[in-house]
Design a protein around this ligand. Structure first.
Ligand code: ADP
Ligand code: MG
Length: 495
C-alpha cells in the first residue's frame, strides 16, 4: 500500500531525511537554481523501497528528473538504505507544514550557502550526525559546517553576481545604491557610518552589501578586510564560541576587521545576548573608525524588539530604504538579465512578466531563469505561449493576488463613486467609466474569463466586458492623463 503525504508526517525519520536531502541539494546547487527548480518538490508517498517526490508541472518534473534524478536517488540512499528507487511525479501535493520547505519562509537563510562553486560532488560525503527533526533548519549554513571552519575565517562567501555592475538602478533603489557606492568608495565617511539598508524581501539588500564587499576587497590600493555575514550566522558563531569557550577569540576576530557587515539584522529580535554582543562590537568598531553596514527588513525605529539603544545607534549614520519595484524598474531588470543570459526574450514577454510578477526581484529573476533554461534546453524561442506554459505554476500563484472585489473597491475609491455602482445599472458617465476601468483591470490582472468578470459586475454580459476592455484601451491610447490614471491603479493593485 502506498503511504501518502499526510501519513508520512507520522514518520518523522522520513521527514527528517527529506528535510536534510533538500537542504543538501540547496547547498549543492545554490539558492537561485534551487528556488527555480527544486523548491516546489514535495514528498508524495512511499511504497516499499520506493519514494515518490512530486512537482507541480510536467515541465518541472521532466527538468528535475533529467537534471537531478540521479542525485536525488543517491541522496536518498545515503540517508536511508531501504530506499532503492525514487519516482518523480506530477501533482499538487499540499506539503504538510512539517514537510514544507524551510527556505520559502526564511529567505534570510540564503547567502552563506549560495557559493555557486559548490556544485554537486561526485561522491556523497559522510552524512552529518542527525539533528532532531524539530531542530531549526540550519543544516545548510549554520552549525554543521561551522564547526569545521577555521574560526578566524569570518566572512561568508560573496556571490559573484552581486556586484554594482550587475545591479540595475531605478527610482526605487537609486538612493540606497548611491549610499552603497559611496561607502564602497570611502568607507567610514562621516554621516555614512553605520550604513543601514532596509526594505522588503528580494529587493536587493544582500546584493548591495555584497557589491560593497566586492568593491572593497577587490581594490588593489590599500585593501581592507571585510567581514560579511548574516545576523543568523553571527548568532551561531557567537553561540559556538561560548560553547567552545573561545568568546575572546571571537571578539578579537570581529574587532580586527575594517568593515563589518551584518545582513538581516531583524533576525536578532528576541535574541538578547547576541544583540548585546553585537552592540558592543558595533560601538567598538565605530569608535575605532571602522565601517559598519547593516541590513534589515524595517527601518531602525520600526525594529520593535531590538534594544532601544541599539536602534538609536543604528539610526545614527545613513539610513536608506529600498522601495518596492516599479513597472519600469522591473522591465529594466528583466532586460538586463535576459541580455546577460544571452537569450532573446521578446518585449511582449518582458512586459507580461513585469506586469504579473510584482512581488520582488528574486521571483522575477526566478521566472526569467526558468524561461531561459527552457529556451536553451529545447532550442525554441521564448514566446508568450511558452511563457504561459513554462511558468504556469508561478503565474497561477500570482493571479491569486488580486481579486475582482479588490479591484472594484480600489477603483471606486479612486474615482470617488460608491462600491455598489460597480454592479448597479446606472449608466451616467461618472460611474460607467470607472466601471469600465475596473472591468479592464479585472481582465488584465486576474485570470477570470469575460463571462466571470461580467457576472461580478452586476451580471453583465461578456460582450459588455469586451466592449469595456477595448474602450479603455482606446482611451488610454488617446488620452495620456487617463492612461496614467489607469496605470497608477494597476500599480496600486499589484503592490
Ligand atoms: P534581499 O536581500 O533584499 O532580500 P537580494 O539582494 O537577495 O534581496 O536580491 C534578490 C535577487 O534579486 C538577487 O538575485 C539579486 O541579484 C536580484 N536583484 C535585486 N535587486 C536587483 C537590481 N536592482 N538589479 C539586479 N538584480 C537585483
Ligand atoms: Mg537578503
Amino acid at each position: 500500500m502506498t503511504t501518502t503525504a499526510p501519513e508520512i508526517v507520522e514518520m518523522p525519520q522520513i521527514v527528517a531525511q527529506w528535510t536534510r536531502i533538500k537542504a543538501r541539494l540547496q547547498a549543492e546547487v545554490g539558492e537561485v537554481e534551487y528556488r527555480t527548480w527544486l523548491r516546489q518538490m514535495t514528498l508524495a508517498g512511499m511504497e516499499g523501497d520506493e519514494i515518490t517526490v512530486n512537482l507541480p508541472t510536467r515541465f518541472l518534473r521532466d527538468w528535475v528528473s533529467s537534471r537531478y534524478g540521479g542525485r536525488l536517488r543517491t541522496l536518498w540512499q545515503s540517508e536511508n538504505i531501504d530506499i532503492r528507487r525514487v519516482e518523480i511525479g506530477v501533482g499538487q501535493t499540499v506539503a504538510p507544514a512539517s514537510l514544507a520547505d524551510n527556505t520559502a519562509a526564511a529567505p534570510a537563510r540564503r547567502v552563506e550557502s549560495v557559493r555557486p562553486a559548490a556544485v554537486a560532488p561526485a561522491a556523497v560525503p559522510p552524512v552529518q550526525p542527525l539533528q532532531a527533526p524539530s531542530a531549526p533548519p540550519v543544516a545548510t549554513n549554520g552549525f554543521n559546517d561551522e564547526r569545521s571552519e577555521p574560526k578566524s575565517d569570518l566572512a561568508a562567501p560573496l556571490d559573484p553576481r552581486f556586484t554594482f555592475e550587475g545591479f540595475v538602478v531605478g527610482k526605487p533603489n537609486e538612493f540606497a545604491y548611491a549610499c552603497a557606492r559611496r561607502v564602497a568608495e570611502r568607507p567610514s565617511s562621516p554621516g555614512f557610518n553605520p550604513l543601514f539598508l532596509y526594505g522588503g524581501v528580494g529587493l536587493g539588500k544582500t546584493h548591495l552589501m555584497h557589491a560593497i564587499a566586492w568593491e572593497l576587497t577587490d581594490r588593489t590600493a590599500a585593501p581592507v578586510s571585510v567581514a560579511y555575514m548574516s545576523a543568523e550566522k553571527f548568532m551561531y558563531r557567537f553561540i559556538a564560541a561560548i560553547r567552545s569557550q573561545s568568546t575572546m577569540e571571537f571578539k578579537e576576530n570581529l574587532r580586527s576587521v575594517d568593515v563589518l557587515m551584518i545582513d538581516d539584522l531583524q533576525f536578532l529580535i528576541g535574541k538578547d545576548n547576541t544583540q548585546e554582543e553585537f552592540f558592543h562590537t558595533f560601538n567598538y568598531l565605530v569608535e575605532q573608525g571602522k565601517q559598519i553596514v547593516v541590513s534589515a527588513d524595517k527601518s531602525p525605529s520600526d525594529l520593535n524588539g531590538l534594544e532601544h539603544r541599539l536602534r538609536t545607534r543604528l539610526g545614527c549614520g545613513m539610513v536608506a530604504d529600498l522601495h518596492s519595484t516599479t513597472y519600469e524598474l522591473r522591465i529594466s531588470i528583466l532586460e538586463a538579465k535576459a541580455a546577460r543570459a544571452g537569450v532573446d526574450v521578446p518585449v511582449k514577454v518582458l512586459e507580461f512578466l513585469a506586469h504579473k510578477i510584482t512581488s520582488n526581484v528574486r521571483e522575477l529573476e526566478g521566472a526569467l531563469n526558468r524561461l531561459v533554461a527552457h529556451a536553451n534546453l529545447f532550442g525554441r524561442p521564448v514566446t508568450l505561449e511558452t511563457t504561459h506554459e513554462v511558468l504556469h505554476d508561478i503565474l497561477k500563484a500570482h493571479d491569486r493576488r488580486v481579486t475582482i472585489e479588490e479591484i472594484q473597491k480600489k477603483v471606486a475609491e479612486h474615482y470617488s463613486i460608491r462600491l455598489t455602482d460597480m454592479s448597479s445599472a446606472r449608466r451616467a458617465r461618472a460611474v460607467a467609466r470607472p466601471r469600465q476601468v475596473a472591468m479592464y483591470l479585472a481582465k488584465q490582472l486576474t485570470s477570470r474569463s469575460l463571462p466571470e468578470i461580467g457576472r461580478k459586475f452586476g451580471n453583465r454580459d461578456h460582450t459588455t466586458v469586451m466592449h469595456a476592455v477595448s474602450r479603455v484601451t482606446e482611451l488610454m491610447d488617446r488620452d495620456g492623463t487617463f492612461a496614467e490614471d489607469v496605470e497608477l491603479l494597476r500599480r496600486l493593485l499589484e503592490s
